[in-house]
Design a protein around this ligand. Structure first.
Ligand code: SF4
Ligand code: SF4
Length: 92
């Protein structure tokens, strides 16, 4: 099932609390994430959060743990993969 790009799901995403999401990436991505949130986050291919609904990150390149399996979105959509930030569609 395709993860819907909506605010309800976005608010449940744990990516920002994940050790793989570095402080550098949080600072770098904050402006564009905010602008897209105010405009077209539901109509874009790329967003630097909720990577299970979007493509992989342009900033995260190293796995340091993944919180996806504990996320409510993961459970709701019966997702099976992890590390959606590193590979579009995630990896087993
Ligand atoms: S997809 Fe997984 S590894 Fe990547 S930031 Fe989100 S919780 Fe962390
Ligand atoms: S399953 Fe992972 S990428 Fe998807 S919303 Fe949850 S924490 Fe974010």
């Amino acid at each position: 099932m395709k993860v819907e790009k909506n605010l309800q799901n976005l608010s449940k995403c744990l990516c920002m609390k994940c050790p793989s999401y570095t402080n550098h990436c949080k600072l770098k991505n904050a402006p564009q994430n905010f602008i897209k949130l105010m405009n077209n986050f539901d109509d874009t291919e790329h967003y630097e959060k909720m990577f299970c609904a979007y493509e992989k990150s342009d900033c995260i390149f190293e796995a340091n743990g993944c919180l996806c399996a504990t996320c409510e979105v993961f459970k709701s959509y019966n997702l099976k993969h992890q590390n959606y930030c590193l590979h579009t569609g995630g990896i087993m």
